[in-house]
Design a binder for this molecule. Structure first.
Ligand SMILES: *[C@@H]1O[C@H](CO)[C@@H](O)[C@H](O)[C@H]1NC(C)=O
Ligand SMILES: *[C@@H]1O[C@H](CO)[C@@H](O)[C@H](O)[C@H]1NC(C)=O
Ligand SMILES: *[C@@H]1O[C@H](CO)[C@@H](O)[C@H](O)[C@H]1NC(C)=O
Ligand SMILES: *[C@@H]1O[C@H](CO)[C@@H](O)[C@H](O)[C@H]1NC(C)=O
Ligand SMILES: *[C@@H]1O[C@H](CO)[C@@H](O)[C@H](O)[C@H]1NC(C)=O
Length: 341
C-alpha cells in the first residue's frame, strides 16, 4: 500500500517535473524564435581589439579602431571592403571624422589627441598626424579609451590606467575637448572610461566606468557642455565572473544598448526603470562596443576583441575580434555626429 502511494506520489512529482520541463522548453523555443529572427553576421576579419564603432551617415560607412594594433579602420558595407591607417602615437582608443571636411579625423592615441589626414579609400601605414593636445599630463600608465561627439559637436573621450596587461584603478579621467583640442577634465578619477551617449532631448548624459558595473546619468547642459547631478540608472547583475559593461549607444526610444565585455552579449536597458529589457547573444565573449548604422540606422554594429584569450578559448570563439552586424532587432538608433572644429 505504502509503496503504491509513494509510487503514485512520485508519478505526480514526475508529471509536475515534466510539465516544468515542457514549460521551460516552450519558453526556450519562443526565445529561440526571437533569436532566429535576428541575423548576426561577422562583417570584418577578426582584429586584436576592435572598438569605437562610429557610423558616418554622409558616406554610409562604419569607422572603428583596433586599439592594440594602433589602427583606425573603415568598413564600406556595400562592398565589404575594410581599409586602415596606422597611428604611430600609441594605442588608439577612439577616432571620429571632423564635420564638413573630407579625410580629416580626430583620434585619441596613447595620451595624444591627434588630427589625422587620411583618404579612407586607401590603406595608409603613415598618414599625416598633428598632435593637438595631451591628456593625463599628471599621470603615468594611462591611455585614451572610448569617446564620442556630443549633440553640440564637442568631442568627449576618457582614459584608463594599465601597466602591461594589468588594469590600474582610479588613474583615468573623462575629458571634454574644445574645438582646438584643449582638454577639460570633467570626471576624475575613473578606472576604465567607457560607454558614453546623450539622450535625444539633450537633457541627460549617460556614462560607464566599467569596473563599477553601473550606468550613471548626469543632467546635461548642451549650451555649456556641463554635467551635474550624478545618479545610477542601471547596475549589471553579473552572469560571468569577469563581465563588465563596456561601450554604449541609445536607440530611438531612449533605451540604452550596452556591450557586456567578457559576457558574450549586448543588453538593452531602460534607464527610466533600471531594468534590462533584452539580451542579444553573440558568438564571442569580449563584446566591446555598439553603434547603430545602415541606411535606416536599424543595424546594430558590435565590435569585439580576441586579446588575452587562450588558444582553447579562441578555438571555441574563432570569430573573436570581428565586427558583427545585428539585423532584425526591430529598433533604430539616432545619427551619430562628427566633431565640429
Ligand atoms: C568632399 O568630397 C566630396 C566628394 O568628392 C565633394 O563633393 C565635397 O565638395 C568635398 N568637401 C570638402 C569640404 O572638401
Ligand atoms: C611618472 O613617472 C616619472 C618617471 O618615472 C616620475 O618622475 C613621475 O613622478 C611620475 N608621475 C606620477 C604622477 O606618478
Ligand atoms: C540638441 O542640441 C543641439 C545642439 O545645440 C541642437 O541642434 C538640437 O536641436 C538639440 N535637440 C533638442 C531635441 O533640443
Ligand atoms: C545651462 O547653463 C547656462 C549657463 O550657466 C544657464 O543659463 C542655462 O540655464 C543652463 N541650461 C540648463 C538646461 O540647465
Ligand atoms: C559651465 O560651463 C561654463 C562654460 O563652459 C563654465 O564657464 C562654467 O564654469 C561651468 N560651470 C560649472 C559648474 O562647471
Amino acid at each position: 500500500m505504502t509503496s503504491v502511494i509513494s509510487e503514485v506520489r512520485s508519478l505526480s512529482v514526475m508529471t509536475n517535473l515534466w510539465i516544468l520541463v515542457l514549460g521551460l522548453a516552450v519558453v526556450e523555443a519562443s526565445r529561440d524564435q526571437k533569436q532566429r529572427e535576428l541575423r548576426i553576421v561577422p562583417v570584418t576579419e577578426p582584429h586584436v581589439l576592435s572598438e569605437g564603432p562610429h557610423w558616418d551617415r554622409a558616406t554610409q560607412v562604419l569607422y572603428f579602431v583596433d586599439i592594440t594594433s594602433q589602427k583606425i579602420m573603415r568598413l564600406n558595407p556595400r562592398t565589404s571592403e575594410v581599409t586602415e591607417a596606422y597611428i604611430k602615437n600609441g594605442p588608439v582608443g577612439v577616432f571620429v571624422p571632423v564635420a564638413g571636411r573630407n579625410n580629416t579625423f580626430w583620434a585619441g592615441s596613447g595620451t595624444d589627441l591627434v588630427e589625422v589626414q587620411w583618404n579612407p579609400k586607401y590603406n595608409d601605414p603613415n598618414p599625416r598626424i598633428r598632435v593637438l593636445s595631451r591628456i593625463d599630463k599628471d599621470r603615468n600608465f594611462t591611455r585614451f579609451n572610448d569617446g564620442k561627439v556630443d549633440p553640440a559637436g564637442r568631442f568627449w573621450a576618457g582614459s584608463l590606467g594599465s601597466k602591461g596587461n594589468q588594469a590600474l584603478d582610479n588613474l583615468g579621467s573623462l575629458y571634454r575637448f574644445s574645438p582646438n583640442g584643449t582638454p577639460t577634465r570633467i570626471i576624475s578619477p575613473v578606472s576604465i572610461s567607457n560607454g558614453l551617449c546623450w539622450s535625444h532631448d539633450n537633457s541627460t548624459f549617460y556614462y560607464i566606468d566599467s569596473p563599477t558595473l553601473q550606468v550613471v546619468a548626469y543632467n546635461y547642459n548642451v549650451s555649456t557642455g556641463n554635467i551635474s547631478n550624478k545618479r545610477v540608472v542601471f547596475t549589471l547583475k553579473k552572469i560571468h565572473k569577469d563581465e563588465v559593461p563596456d561601450g554604449m549607444t541609445i536607440d530611438a526610444q531612449g533605451h540604452l544598448w550596452v556591450a557586456i565585455h567578457s559576457g558574450g552579449r549586448v543588453i538593452q536597458v531602460d534607464p527610466k526603470t533600471g531594468k534590462e529589457i533584452r539580451a542579444v547573444k553573440l558568438p564571442v565573449m569580449a563584446v566591446t562596443s555598439v553603434a547603430f548604422g545602415g541606411p535606416n540606422l536599424d543595424v546594430l554594429y558590435v565590435t569585439s576583441g580576441r586579446e588575452g584569450l587562450s588558444r582553447r578559448q579562441l578555438r571555441r570563439q574563432p570569430l573573436a575580434g570581428s565586427v558583427f552586424a545585428v539585423h532584425g532587432l526591430g529598433t533604430t538608433g539616432a545619427p551619430m555626429l562628427n566633431v565640429k572644429i
